[in-house]
Design a protein around this ligand. Structure first.
Ligand SMILES: Nc1nc2c(c(=O)[nH]1)N[C@H]1C(S)=C(S)[C@@H](COP(=O)(O)O)O[C@H]1N2
Ligand SMILES: [Mo]
Length: 172
């Protein structure tokens, strides 16, 4: 008798796990294969646009320096190349969209999510979508890298919000 309940409970848990996994899967709008190619989804909650690496490269990339602190190194200055996040957003929507937003949410392939304020995103030379570090591509998660894209916040000395493996940028 008792066994029956145990089996029923296990079966129920398995169903719940499967449903939650499915729901989470629906939340990931970029597949792993797209992510390694550098596909980026930019959305405003209604309109969604997929950009590829060539689109990002065509958006006026700049070189800049930032002090990076990781679990493997202390604070070190590195040369990065990327596009200001506000230019990525302006390239799909407009600067105006950003001015009226309450937040910019960045998601990555491992589910890591960071929230940025529109004010900090609009600051000159602060928040970048980077794709090169010290003259080399950032590399994918599988390659032990931090890309193809990583958010670099030059005015934020702590690295928690320097979101690696970025797949989605959502202006809300
Ligand atoms: N996608 C993603 N980005 C991330 C993280 C993560 O787990 N996933 N960790 C954050 C944290 S806590 C730090 S300190 C920096 C550097 O992490 P690393 O030293 O593991 O590279 O990346 C940040 N960006
Ligand atoms: Mo961290």
């Amino acid at each position: 008798m008792k066994n029956k309940y145990v089996i029923a409970a296990v079966a129920l848990l398995a169903i719940i796990v499967a449903v939650l996994a499915f729901v989470n899967r629906q939340n990931m709008k970029i597949t792993g294969a797209e992510a390694v190619k550098g596909t980026l989804l930019v959305s405003d909650g209604k309109i969604e646009k997929k950009l590829d690496f060539q689109d990002i490269e065509a958006m006026n990339p700049v070189e800049f320096k930032a002090v990076q602190d990781t679990s493997k190194s202390g604070p070190e200055e590195h040369a990065f190349k990327g596009v200001l996040l506000k230019d990525v957003i302006a390239g799909v929507f407009s600067e105006d969209k950003l001015k009226k937003a309450s937040k910019v949410v960045v998601k990555s392939i491992d589910g890591y999510t960071v929230a940025l304020s529109p004010e900090e995103v609009m600051e000159q030379g602060n928040v970048y979508l980077a794709f090169e570090k010290d003259g080399k591509p950032l590399g994918t998660k599988a390659e032990g890298g931090s890309g193809p894209y990583q958010i670099i916040i030059t005015k934020d000395q702590f690295s928690q919000r320097w979101c690696k493996f970025v797949t989605e940028v959502s202006v809300q």
